[in-house]
Unconditional design. Sequence first.
Length: 199
Amino acid sequence: MIERWLAYPLTRGLDLDDPRTTQLRRQVLRDKPFLPRLYREWYDAVARAVPSGVGAVLELGSGAGFLDEWIPALITSGRFYCSGVRAVLGGQELPVADHALRAVVMTDVLHHIPKVRRFLHEAARCVRPGGRVVMISPWVSPWSRVVCTRFHHEPFQPEAAEWEFPATGPLSGANGALPWIVFDRDRVGVRGGCAAVYL
């Protein structure tokens, strides 16, 4: 019940998967003093990592965010329509031609994709040679284990054997430990200084 007590009053008790909740979270993200600074730092890092040149940039899970202020002509998307979302789509099947994108970007989204392996294949298909998939995602640390298992509303299962979880709602379905599982726990080797994950 502590999660309910810690919830922001504007969104307390609301259904996470209701588009109206995302609209309210957009307001919360702008109103809280700490969050806009944090997101600006993240967005600076994401924008710097996007390669220059031709090709569109697709953001998955745009929701309450404002990354479009950093990346011109960003194609914002979400699992449902809300203000600021140009395309309704999910990360497991991207309606994009092969090699059409300069980058796929996301902030705090990967752990909401029920079949990460499928997403990684789709993203690799859609980005051009030299393109990138750029993300900022939760990580597993001693601190995050305490916070995510005791105080956070999303599922957090670092012991999960698979890179999948049951698909429920677009925001309520998650495993907060999934980015760490894929890119750290299950990393199988190093090639050229980069982590290699077998797909």
